[in-house]
Design a protein around this ligand. Structure first.
Ligand SMILES: Cc1cc2nc3c(=O)[nH]c(=O)nc-3n(C[C@H](O)[C@H](O)[C@H](O)COP(=O)(O)OP(=O)(O)OC[C@H]3O[C@@H](n4cnc5c(N)ncnc54)[C@H](O)[C@@H]3O)c2cc1C
Ligand SMILES: *[C@@H]1O[C@H](CO)[C@@H](O)[C@H](O)[C@H]1NC(C)=O
Ligand SMILES: *[C@@H]1O[C@H](CO)[C@@H](O)[C@H](O)[C@H]1NC(C)=O
Ligand SMILES: *[C@@H]1O[C@H](CO)[C@@H](O)[C@H](O)[C@H]1NC(C)=O
Ligand SMILES: *[C@@H]1O[C@H](CO)[C@@H](O)[C@H](O)[C@H]1NC(C)=O
Ligand SMILES: *[C@@H]1O[C@H](CO)[C@@H](O)[C@H](O)[C@H]1NC(C)=O
Ligand SMILES: *[C@@H]1O[C@H](CO)[C@@H](O)[C@H](O)[C@H]1NC(C)=O
Ligand SMILES: *[C@@H]1O[C@H](CO)[C@@H](O)[C@H](O)[C@H]1NC(C)=O
Ligand SMILES: *[C@@H]1O[C@H](CO)[C@@H](O)[C@H](O)[C@H]1NC(C)=O
Ligand SMILES: *[C@@H]1O[C@H](CO)[C@@H](O)[C@H](O)[C@H]1NC(C)=O
Ligand SMILES: *[C@@H]1O[C@H](CO)[C@@H](O)[C@H](O)[C@H]1NC(C)=O
Ligand SMILES: *[C@@H]1O[C@H](CO)[C@@H](O)[C@H](O)[C@H]1NC(C)=O
Length: 593
């Protein structure tokens, strides 16, 4: 560092330490336009990086988020209200293009647009996937550091497992040996016992086989019936913003957070005679104008699986021929940008129950709802402090299945589930019946979609073509997930409680009938990944190297869900946290030691 730079660096830290506001609502309020690190996207990964990098007191870090603060959003704090956040002002409100495999339906594509990103609006499932998922990452990237065993310490570093809100004994419901108790994000087992829970456990032991109880879904071997674990502490959502950007972090003099600021592009500079473009500037919208901010050490994109490729493409980073057609000047030819988008499909099947559950009452009776909200506000307990369902079954087809020999197995290995069944007390049907709902997610996929842009205007929404369920093997998984759910709900434990499957699906028994239902009703399970995928350093495809640096340039890293080379067989927030924790160490290794 030159003496002048050093002095300005010290002045910035000094200035920052006397400023009370550390969170700014416009770039005009920032004390400078130059930082060591500029992170684009204050979401799940971006919050982790901002937190970890500012542990080094002589780094200055700017975190840029398009959305507002996460503070005081009741729907984001109360776990039961998570579904209210879709289509709200904290959602980007994306929609997919028409899906040919789904009768040309378009799908809603919720993404968090608020500090904490999607972790501030998601369903809080805490699932790591299987050890095979990460071992496949290590294999395809040639970097053992991405294997389950190597990443294991990062799972623990991220997690702070706490007692559930109702303080029931969780002995026998999880394996303490595989959990972190001193990390950043609170996790817990269900904090409110649902009426159906004892029957779920009885059904599991009665049926055995693939429904057999597995003490912990997060041990690396998730198959079987397991207890839900959620990113919830004291009955309250624990997001990347509440955990990694707590008051003690935000007050650090070297951290600058700017909200309500939309990044349009990243800009290259020509350095010396280098043929490699170097991207170290960020263009943001301010009113109708743009302004530019600079990174002295690294620029990091953490705008998520939709936002990151969107920004790359508008910056000329992508397939040069495709970009020229949109009148965008290519800056770096990386044809894999936006390709290989992978997502999970979610299918609901419901049964009529001979009961009036609490969930029904919360949804239908304002007095009951107000009562439970009061309870939650006072103690964090009760049904509103709980997640969507208390048990999950992770399943595979039998290994000798003819479908597998015919179509191949897209899963990462025998420990990876192909589909997931979540059992939940749901509420009331339009005909007034009380329901037990089963959510089936297809978690191993062969379909690949794309993320592209319609024009050279960065404020136009991107084109999301997820191609959900466009491979035959996923349709097999989808049908089998419904058949497995039926098998589970037919267990003796449900006698007298489950009356019948709702007519919408009850008559669908043949493959064709099931397919018709699936194609007409499947939605995105909100797990898009792979649009800026990591590949081996010498691979002829991919967007980032195993150190997450963008191929063909220097100083530009991508750290978010878009870099996953394959989706894990689980929900995607936990791998994002772990990717970001490892990335923070990589970045510190580059610049500190
Ligand atoms: C409704 C829903 C439910 C889900 N449920 C679960 C679940 O239960 N369990 C689970 O594990 N996973 C779940 N997921 C998925 C999980 O939350 C995501 O995979 C994960 O949070 C993604 O992290 P990320 O850092 O890649 O992106 P995000 O957390 O989405 O962060 C990206 C951030 O970048 C910002 N941004 C984007 N573009 C720009 C721009 N141009 N300028 C400035 N800022 C920008 C966004 O506003 C956002 O804050 C769910 C997701 C959704 C949407
Ligand atoms: C999403 O749509 C809803 C309903 O139209 C709207 O209220 C909300 O502001 C939108 N979100 C954003 C970020 O624009
Ligand atoms: C979907 O749209 C395409 C193009 O418009 C059309 O060819 C096709 O028949 C449609 N498919 C269905 C199932 O409607
Ligand atoms: C829960 O709340 C109690 C009392 O306010 C507090 O001591 C404890 O640290 C909290 N735990 C979590 C996980 O937030
Ligand atoms: C650029 O190339 C010229 C001619 O090859 C050389 O003299 C000069 O030193 C180079 N400059 C830099 C900064 O590398
Ligand atoms: C945009 O720039 C123009 C020209 O410099 C200026 O007059 C205008 O006030 C700016 N608008 C905003 C919102 O900053
Ligand atoms: C998509 O991913 C596969 C590996 O799963 C790879 O072989 C292929 O080249 C990728 N395609 C693009 C365009 O990156
Ligand atoms: C709502 O619940 C309250 C409290 O249990 C009860 O007194 C009331 O009758 C219920 N209202 C309706 C419309 O069912
Ligand atoms: C698969 O194996 C099971 C038990 O080993 C057997 O009952 C079944 O018939 C086999 N299925 C096929 C398709 O081979
Ligand atoms: C419904 O439950 C009641 C007891 O709560 C039981 O008497 C009745 O037989 C059940 N109905 C059916 C159809 O199983
Ligand atoms: C389901 O099948 C039954 C018996 O065949 C029939 O009465 C009923 O109308 C069918 N329901 C639907 C929704 O197709
Ligand atoms: C920052 O501090 C670390 C030790 O904490 C030191 O190794 C490093 O050289 C410093 N970097 C700068 C740019 O001052």
């Amino acid at each position: 560092m030159s003496p002048i730079n050093y002095i300005s660096h010290l002045l910035l830290l000094l200035l920052a330490s006397v400023c009370s506001a550390k969170v700014f609502n416009s770039v005009g309020q920032l004390p400078t336009t130059e930082f060591d690190f500029v992170i684009v996207g204050g979401g799940t990964a971006g919050s982790v990086l901002a937190s970890r990098l500012t542990e080094v007191s002589n780094f200055t870090v700017l975190l840029i988020e398009a959305g507002p603060s996460n503070a005081n959003i009741l729907d984001s704090e109360v776990p039961f209200f998570w579904q209210n956040l879709q289509g709200s002002r904290y959602d980007w409100n994306f929609t997919s293009v028409a899906q040919p495999a789904l009768n040309n339906r378009t799908l809603a594509y919720a993404r968090g647009r608020v500090l904490g990103g999607s972790s501030s609006i998601n369903a809080m499932f805490y699932t790591r996937g299987s050890r095979d998922d990460y071992d496949r990452w290590a294999k395809v990237t040639g970097d053992k550091g991405w294997s389950w065993d190597s990443l294991f310490p990062y799972f623990l570093k991220h997690e702070r497992l706490t007692q559930p809100a109702d303080h029931h004994s969780i002995v026998g419901e999880y394996d303490p040996a595989v959990h972190g108790f001193n990390g950043m994000t609170f996790t817990s087992l269900p904090g409110f016992v649902q009426e159906i829970d004892p029957r779920v456990i009885q059904a599991s032991s009665g049926l055995g086989g693939p429904f057999q109880f597995n003490i912990d879904q997060n041990s690396g071997t998730p198959l079987g019936l397991t207890y839900f674990q959620g990113t919830i502490g004291n009955g309250t959502r624990s997001s990347a913003a509440t955990s990694y950007l707590g008051a003690n972090v935000v007050k650090r003099p070297n951290l600058f957070i700017v909200l309500d600021t939309f990044v349009t592009r990243i800009l290259p500079v020509t350095q010396g005679n280098s043929t490699k473009p170097v991207f170290n500037s960020v263009e943001v919208l301010v009113g109708g104008n743009t302004t530019v901010l600079h990174a002295k050490k690294e620029l990091i994109l953490s705008a998520g699986s939709i936002g990151t490729p969107h920004i790359l493409l508008h910056s000329g980073i992508g397939d040069s021929d495709e970009l020229k057609q949109l009148n965008i000047t290519p800056t770096l030819n990386l044809p894999s940008v936006g390709k290989n988008l992978t997502d999970h499909g979610l299918i609901d099947v419901s049964w009529v129950a001979n009961t009036t559950s609490i969930v029904d009452l919360i949804n239908t009776n304002a007095t009951v709802r107000a009562h439970f909200l009061e309870q939650w506000k006072e103690t964090g307990t009760g049904p509103l402090g709980n997640g969507f369902g208390n048990n999950i079954i992770w399943m595979r087809l039998p290994e000798n299945s003819t479908a597998i020999s015919e179509f191949g197995d897209p899963s990462a290995g025998v420990n990876s589930p192909q589909y997931e069944i979540v059992i939940a007390a749901l509420g009331t049907s339009s005909t007034g019946d009380h329901l037990v709902g089963v959510g089936n997610a297809i978690v191993s996929t062969a379909s690949r979609g794309t993320l592209s842009i319609p024009s050279n205007n960065p404020t136009d929404a991107p084109l999301i073509d997820s191609r959900l369920l466009s491979s035959e093997i996923e349709m097999v998984f989808a049908r089998e997930s419904i058949r497995s759910a039926r098998q589970f709900m037919a267990a003796q434990a449900w006698n007298g409680y489950i009356l019948n499957e709702l007519p919408a699906t009850a008559n669908a028994t043949t493959d064709d009938e099931l397919d018709a239902y699936i194609r007409e009703t499947v939605i995105s399970a909100w797990h898009p990944v792979g649009t800026a995928a990591m590949s081996a350093t010498d691979a002829g495809y991919g967007v980032v190297d195993p150190d997450l640096l963008v191929k063909g340039t220097t100083g530009l890293r991508i750290v978010d869900a878009s870099i996953m080379p394959f989706v894990i067989a689980g929900h995607t927030q936990t791998p994002v946290y772990v990717i970001a924790e490892r990335a923070a160490d990589m970045i510190k290794d580059t610049w500190v030691f």
